[in-house]
Design a protein around this ligand. Structure first.
Ligand code: ZN
Length: 317
C-alpha cells in the first residue's frame, strides 16, 4: 500500500520559549533547525529541533504558549513522546538529566527496549528509548552531547483513547498499520514492519475525561509520506473513512493534511520534501527567524511581537 512510512514530526505546546530552547538544545543536545512562527498565529514562535541535518523523522517542534494552562491529560491526546537514543546510552542520560535537576523515572523495559521516562521543563512526558535500528541520522557537530549519545530522532508515540477498536481499526484498515503486540495495557501498531520511528502505542481508558491541549502537551502527530502522490492516496483513504481531512496545506518545508483519528488525536500527513534546507543553508539552519513567503511582508511587525531568544547556555558538561 502506497502511503505512510513512519513518524515525520511531533508538535507540542511549551511554556516560555527560552526555557524550551535551553532544554532541547542546551540539555538534550538537539539542533534548532528552524526558528519560525506559527503560520496560523504568527505572534507565536514555532521552534523545530532535529538531528544535525534536519532529516524527516527526527523533528520535535514546539509552539511556546506561556499563557496557556497546563495540559489536561485524558483521552484523545498523545501522552508521551518517545525519542531514539543509541543502545547503551541511558546511564549517560540519567546522569546528564539528573545533573541538570531533571527528575527521571526508573529505567524500564518496554517491548524489549530500555526506556528512560521523564518530564521536560514544562511537564511534557518524554521517553528516551535505546535502539540499534538503522535510522537516517546525522549527528550535530556542535551539540553539547557526544555524537554516540545524541538523540537520533522520533522513536514511538503513546496515545490514549476511549474506545480502542475505533482507533486500531482506523490505523490498520485506513492507514496501513499492523498489530505488533500488547504489553501492560499498551497495544503496539507498526507501519512497514515497525522499528525505530515506525510505531505507535495505544491505550484504552473508557472512563477517562477528554484531554485538553495545554503547556506540556502534544498538539499533533505527523506521519511521513514520501511525496505528493502518496499524500494524495492516503488523504483519499482518510476521506473515504469519513475522517474529513483538510485540503493539502503548503507548510513550505513540507505539504500537510490534517485530520482527527477516531479517538480524537490530531494526526497530520507531511511530505518528506522539500525539507528545511529550502530556505536556509544547511550550515546555518535555525540561526535567523525564517518566515514563509506569504508572511515575509509582515516581518517587522512579527519580529517586534516575538520575545528575544538567546543562544542557550549549556547547563551541564
Ligand atoms: Zn505538524
Amino acid at each position: 500500500m502506497i502511503g505512510i512510512t513512519g513518524l515525520h514530526h511531533i508538535t507540542c505546546i511549551a511554556g516560555d520559549p527560552q526555557e524550551n530552547l535551553d532544554f532541547y538544545t542546551g540539555l538534550l543536545g538537539m539542533r534548532l533547525v528552524k526558528k519560525s512562527v506559527n503560520q496560523d498565529v504568527p505572534g507565536t514562535y514555532h521552534l523545530f529541533y532535529a538531528d544535525g541535518a534536519g532529516h524527516p523523522g527526527t523533528d520535535l517542534t514546539f509552539f511556546p504558549w506561556p499563557d496557556m494552562e497546563p495540559v489536561s491529560p485524558g483521552v484523545g491526546l498523545a501522552s508521551e513522546v518517545g525519542l531514539a537514543v543509541p543502545t547503551g546510552s541511558l546511564e549517560y542520560w540519567q546522569h546528564r538529566l539528573g545533573r541538570a535537576g531533571i527528575t527521571t523515572d526508573a529505567i524500564v523495559t518496554r517491548f524489549g527496549e530500555r526506556v528512560l521516562p521523564f518530564a521536560d521543563v514544562h511537564g511534557l512526558r518524554v521517553a528516551l528509548i535505546e535502539t540499534s535500528d538503522a535510522r537516517e541520522f546525522t549527528p550535530w557537530a556542535e551539540s553539547p552531547v557526544p555524537a554516540d549519545r545524541q538523540v537520533m530522532g522520533l522513536h514511538a508515540m503513546r496515545i490514549v483513547v476511549r474506545e480502542l477498536a475505533l482507533t486500531t481499526g482506523f490505523l490498520t484498515g485506513t492507514l496501513g498499520f499492523t498489530a505488533a503486540g500488547d504489553e501492560d495495557g499498551w497495544h503496539r501498531f507498526a507501519i512497514i514492519g515497525g522499528g525505530s520511528g515506525r510505531v505507535i502505542d495505544v491505550a484504552e481508558e473508557p472512563r477517562a475525561a477528554r484531554g485538553r491541549w495545554g503547556t506540556g502537551g502534544v498538539h499533533h502527530i505527523a506521519w511521513r509520506v514520501p511525496d505528493d502522490q502518496a499524500e494524495a492516496a492516503v488523504r483519499e483513504r482518510v476521506d473515504a473513512a469519513h475522517r474529513r481531512p483538510t485540503p493539502v496545506i503548503d507548510r513550505f518545508w513540507f505539504r500537510s493534511v490534517y485530520f482527527l483519528e477516531p479517538g480524537g488525536v490530531l494526526f497530520e500527513l507531511a511530505t518528506d520534501g522539500p525539507g528545511f534546507a529550502i530556505d536556509e543553508s544547511p550550515d546555518t539552519l535555525g540561526e535567523t527567524l525564517v518566515l514563509p513567503p506569504w508572511l515575509e511582508t509582515r516581518r517587522a511587525e512579527i519580529e517586534a511581537a516575538l520575545p528575544p531568544l538567546q543562544t542557550p547556555v549549556v547547563r551541564v558538561e
